[in-house]
Design a protein around this ligand. Structure first.
Ligand code: NCD
Ligand code: ZN
Length: 356
């Protein structure tokens, strides 16, 4: 049994820099046509930095002549000006800017406290047709309520800048699903593979699982079902895939104060196939499930960003494979090796990406 779908895009990745970047970029390049690269680590704040970073990413591709295309973002801080937005929007590959609330996650210490301070910047983004990506968590709220508590700030932005395209990144709650469904056509959301299969139980219900820990944290079964329903059965075409693949070194994850982030790039499509072609689904025919998966991974995001659909395809085959325990890379010049534990490390996954 196998399925072929149009080549997917990943609208939310963290590629890092240096050795880590050279270890992880090929895992995204292998399966995806394009990836939207987040600007938190390293900090990318203007068009020039985005251009340099993009060149380093292209340099770390294993098939430089292939058609993998990195889409770039810049990070909004209190230093961002409308002029910086205008300049960045002219840079090849830059399509979005990312709003991190101050202190919400890794690399957000200089993030935004009050979205109303962004008025001139948001106006410039609307005029340059740049997309606003939002890490929608209110950092001071209780961890399980942070996403829902941030929705009023998103609502303020949408109301005051109706022409601005807004993406709520990596949503995890039924409340955020409903918010997007009820919002105008300029509002969309990315959803990760891991949030379609994990609940908080998988993070700390049976021992503490650092490799299931990320921000926003996985929530309840009800929330997870709302996400799965929205992508597999829902009518709204404004949900699309963003893996939020966020590698950290193993010792930084397996620590008394572990970093948030799940390295999912190598398994993301296999996990998604498990969700869409899972046995529990009695409502949809295989053809419908395949079409829903393709919309989620390969069509909805491109359409929202106004990009052409990818030309190639990927085939997912019912051929179980074993996920490596780690992805490693020897340190350059004899330095320490970079070791990253992938999502589903050591497990057998049913669906393999047979060709891409
Ligand atoms: C991301 C990271 O490590 O950069 N971590 C995460 O848990 N998702 C940052 C982010 O997207 O919040
Ligand atoms: Zn992220």
């Amino acid at each position: 049994l196998e399925f072929t779908i149009r080549k997917p895009d990943d609208f939310h990745v963290h590629f890092r820099d240096g050795e880590m970047m050279r270890l992880v970029v090929p895992e995204t390049e292998r399966h995806f046509g394009r990836a939207l690269v987040m600007p938190n680590v390293p900090a990318i704040e203007d068009g020039r930095q985005a251009d340099d970073y993009r060149a380093r990413i292209l340099d770390s591709l294993t098939s430089p002549d292939g058609d993998f295309f990195p889409l770039m973002t810049i990070k909004l801080t209190h230093r961002t000006t409308p002029e910086m937005i205008g300049e960045a929007s002219e840079v090849h590959g830059v399509v979005a800017a990312k709003l991190y609330p101050e202190g919400a996650t890794t690399g957000s210490h200089d993030g935004i406290r009050d979205v109303e301070e962004l008025r001139p910047v948001l106006a410039a983004m609307r005029d340059c047709r740049m997309v606003l990506c939002i890490h929608g968590e209110w950092p001071e709220a209780f961890v399980l309520e942070r996403e829902e508590r941030y929705l009023p700030a998103v609502e303020w932005i949408v109301k005051h800048f109706p022409g601005l395209r807004v993406v709520l990144e990596h949503i995890t709650t039924a409340a955020a699903v409903k918010f997007v469904e009820d919002a105008s056509v300029n509002v969309a959301a990315t959803i990760t593979a891991h949030h379609l299969v994990l609940s908080l139980d998988d993070v700390l219900g049976q021992g503490i699982r650092p490799h299931h820990f990320c921000y926003p944290v996985a929530k309840t079964y009800v929330d997870r079902s709302a996400l799965v329903y929205a992508v597999a059965h829902g009518k709204c075409r404004r949900f699309f895939f963003g893996s939020d693949t966020a590698p950290h070194r193993r010792h930084d994850k397996e620590s008394a104060c572990g970093c948030a982030g799940i390295f999912s790039a190598p398994v993301a499509l296999s996990v998604l196939a498990g969700v869409f072609f899972g046995d529990e689904d009695h409502h949809n025919t295989l053809k419908h499930r395949q079409a829903a998966l393709e919309r989620f991974t390969s069509i909805n995001g491109a359409e929202f960003y106004g990009l052409p659909l990818n030309e190639g395809t990927v085939t997912l085959a019912d051929e179980p494979w074993a996920v490596p325990q780690t992805y490693d890379r020897d340190g350059d010049g004899g330095g320490p090796a970079t070791v990253v534990v992938p999502f589903r490390a050591g497990e057998r996954l049913r669906w393999r990406v047979a060709s891409s």
